[in-house]
Design a protein around this ligand. Structure first.
Ligand code: MN
Length: 238
C-alpha cells in the first residue's frame, strides 16, 4: 500500500486531507529556511531542518525527496554546506512536482460537509480547544482560532453561523472581540457564546447583559450541555 493509502487506513480521507494540508503549508517554507541556513553557514540548523523535512516527505511517500534530504543531512553533519545548498537547489523542482501530485481535498470530505453549520471556536488553550472542537464536530463544522485577532481576520473571510468565544485571551480579550464583532456589519449578527473558566454565581446573567447570546463554563463537564448551548444560540440567531 502506498503512503497515502496507509494514512487513509488510519484516519480516512480526512487524515489524508489534513496531513497534505500541513505538508503544503509548512514544507516549502522549511525548505527555504534550510537553504538560507546553508547559505549563512549554520550547519546544525540545516541538519535539523533536513531531518524533519525527510520525515515529512517520507511520511507522504516522496521517497526520492526523502533520500535527497537524507544526503543533505549527512552533508550538513560533515560541514559541507556548499554541497547541501546545491542539493537544495536541485530539489526545488522535484518538490514542486510532488506538491502538484498530491490530492486536493474533496469539497465535501468528512467534517467539512457544507450542509453542516459552521461554528467559530476562539480559545487560546490548545488542549481545551482540542476538546471543545472534538465535541462540536459531532454536529458542526468548526473554524478554530487561538487569538481574538486571528478570529476577527478569519471570520470575515469565512463567516461562522455561531461563535464560541473564550474570555481571557492573549492580546485582545473576549469582551473586546465581541465589541469589535458587533461593530462590524459583516459579523454583527452572529450569535456569540461566552466560554469562560470564571464560573461564579451570576456570571451567566453578567455575560448575557454584556451582549453574549449564551454562556458555557469550563471545564466542560457535560458535552450535551455545550452542544445544547450552541444549538440554542444558533436558533436564536438574530
Ligand atoms: Mn483563555
Amino acid at each position: 500500500m502506498d503512503a497515502l493509502g496507509r494514512l487513509r487506513t488510519i484516519g480516512g480521507d480526512r487524515l489524508v486531507d489534513e496531513v497534505v494540508a500541513v505538508f503544503r503549508t509548512q514544507v516549502p517554507g522549511r525548505m527555504r529556511e534550510a537553504l538560507e541556513a546553508a547559505r549563512r553557514g549554520d550547519a546544525p540548523a540545516v541538519a535539523k531542518l533536513a531531518h524533519s523535512l525527510k520525515s515529512s516527505c517520507g511520511q507522504l511517500g516522496a521517497a526520492p525527496l526523502a533520500r535527497a534530504l537524507e544526503a543533505i543531512e549527512t552533508d550538513a553533519e560533515r560541514g559541507d554546506l556548499t554541497l547541501a545548498a546545491r542539493r537544495f537547489d536541485a530539489l526545488a523542482l522535484d518538490l514542486d512536482a510532488f506538491l502538484d501530485s498530491l490530492p486536493r481535498p474533496a469539497p465535501a470530505a468528512a467534517g467539512t460537509d457544507p450542509g453542516r453549520r459552521l461554528v467559530g471556536l476562539v480559545e487560546d488553550n490548545d488542549d481545551t480547544r482540542l476538546i471543545v472542537r472534538t465535541i462540536l464536530e459531532q454536529a458542526y463544522r468548526v473554524e478554530e482560532c487561538a487569538t481574538g485577532q486571528e478570529a476577527l481576520d478569519r471570520f470575515r473571510g469565512r463567516r461562522p453561523d455561531a461563535v464560541l468565544l473564550d474570555i481571557s485571551l492573549p492580546g485582545i480579550d473576549g469582551l473586546e472581540v465581541l465589541a469589535r464583532m458587533r461593530a462590524d456589519p459583516e459579523l454583527a449578527r452572529i450569535p456569540v457564546v461566552a466560554l469562560t473558566a470564571h464560573a461564579m454565581v451570576g456570571d451567566r446573567e453578567r455575560f448575557l447583559a454584556q451582549g453574549f447570546d449564551g454562556y458555557a463554563s469550563k471545564p466542560i463537564l457535560d458535552e450535551r450541555d455545550l452542544l445544547e448551548t450552541v444549538r440554542m444560540a444558533l436558533e436564536g440567531a438574530r
